[in-house]
Design a protein around this ligand. Structure first.
Ligand SMILES: Cc1ncc(COP(=O)(O)O)c(C=O)c1O
Length: 397
């Protein structure tokens, strides 16, 4: 396999289309799917050598695979990291990145609210192994230092956050983490590497649910972690044993999706801003949460660290739970479905869907998740069709 391809690509789309070409040993334009669990050992000594090597690409697919290597190379380029590692789901990526940096007795701080499964991971699962967590609202992050303990090892942040679209200041978080020798991890799923590169702000590790914008077509579940060679090696050692790998066919689907990432996200940035502006003026809508709106509480920080404001927005309906439910059932172009980041517009109703967290209505409202809140993952449809659809669904409330 040719290594050390010296070609330098500067633009985002050029990198998305051409990075990692050295991992394709054939002349095919589209990298083959190396659908194999194992590889022929050319020399007797290879078995012992590969078994000890870090992430060899032609030994056993739980160790590595050329198709996955190409994906990892593209993602490292797009996020300006040294290395990347792919996983069978976003949660696989998040779990490995967190566990690789914690021991029993350690403490982790997260922003809150974030993707609920991460909260369940920390509160219900790894707490049993003597790992403690503190969950801070985005306002409390301003006094982050007050919550750091001697045993704090990780600060884990989502920005923009799920589902309230709150923004954390990446450079500030990175600065505090460096001061206290803490690993910073940022979930960059909502922003995408097109809109935001946390590593450039000094963050140590970026995680993605590749299921969302990276794949981009709602047809694959995947996760990616990007960071320094040292951090990725540490995570690889753990994941080789846990085994949550991404299968080569799914890696290939993400590679295909990435080729159009910049084009899709550009359109999603545009559609989301226009939709947010439209909703803001509608009489059935109490409040719109979108970092691209000038009156969003974190608009200035978003502008500082994001190239575009993303395709995710939430809005609160005056009619509460009943209106939220009715709205989700009345849309005709948008689709009522969980997940996000695909070409089609998807909507969810968080107050109804987050009942597995066992939070009271008051607790949810304190987080901003009011009964009438609707979350939208804006797709790449023509804006006028989306506007017409939202307008007719709002009229029926
Ligand atoms: C922000 C965020 N992070 C992580 C995940 C987990 O990703 P996956 O579903 O691919 O495991 C999700 C899933 O919705 C998410 O929205």
């Amino acid at each position: 396999m040719k290594k050390n391809n010296k070609k330098q690509f500067s633009g985002f789309q050029t990198k998305a289309v051409h990075s990692g070409e050295e991992w394709n040993p054939t002349t095919s334009i589209s990298i083959p799917i190396f659908q194999t669990s194992t590889f022929k050992l050319l020399k007797y000594e290879d078995e012992a050598r590969y078994a000890k090597e870090v992430a060899p690409f032609q030994f056993y697919t739980r160790w590595g695979n050329p198709t996955n290597k190409k994906l990892e190379k593209i993602m490292a380029e797009l996020e300006s990291g040294e290395e990347a590692l792919s996983f069978g789901s976003g949660m696989g990526a998040v779990t490995m990145a967190i566990l690789a940096n914690l021991n029993s007795g350690d403490h982790i701080i997260t922003s809150y609210p974030i993707y609920p499964e991460v909260v369940l991971l920390l509160k219900d699962i790894i707490s049993d192994y003597g790992i403690h967590s503190t969950h801070l609202s985005y306002n409390q992050l301003d006094e982050l230092e007050n919550y750091i303990k001697d045993n704090t090892r990780i600060i884990y942040i989502e920005t923009p956050s799920n589902p309230m679209l709150e923004i954390a200041d990446l450079s500030y978080i990175a600065k505090i983490c460096k001061k206290y020798n803490i690993i910073s991890i940022v979930d960059n799923t909502f922003a995408t590497p097109y809109n935001q590169n946390p590593l450039k702000h000094g963050i140590d590790i970026v995680v993605h649910s590749g299921t969302k914008y990276l794949g981009g077509h709602s047809d694959v579940v995947a996760g990616i972690v990007i960071g320094s060679k040292k951090n990725i090696e540490k995570i690889w050692k753990l994941s080789k044993t846990f085994g949550p790998i991404l299968h080569p066919f799914d890696a290939w689907l993400i590679i295909r999706g990435l080729k159009t990432l910049g084009l899709r996200v550009e359109k999603q940035n545009y559609n989301a801003l226009k939709l947010a502006q439209f909703l803001k003026e509608h009489k059935a809508v109490k409040k719109v949460y979108y970092p691209g709106l000038r009156d969003h509480q974190n608009h200035k920080i978003a502008k500082k660290q994001m190239k575009g404001f993303g395709g995710m927005l939430s809005f609160d309906l005056y009619g509460g739970l009943k209106a939220g439910k009715k709205f989700t059932q009345n849309v005709r172009v948008a689709i009522f479905a969980v997940s996000l980041g695909g070409t089609e517009t998807l909507i969810t109703h968080p107050a109804a869907s987050l009942n597995h967290l066992n939070l009271t209505e008051e607790e949810l409202s304190a987080l901003g998740i009011t009964p009438g809140l609707v979350r939208v993952s804006v797709g790449i449809e023509d804006f006028e069709d989306l506007k017409r659809d939202f307008k007719q669904a709002l009229q029926k409330l």
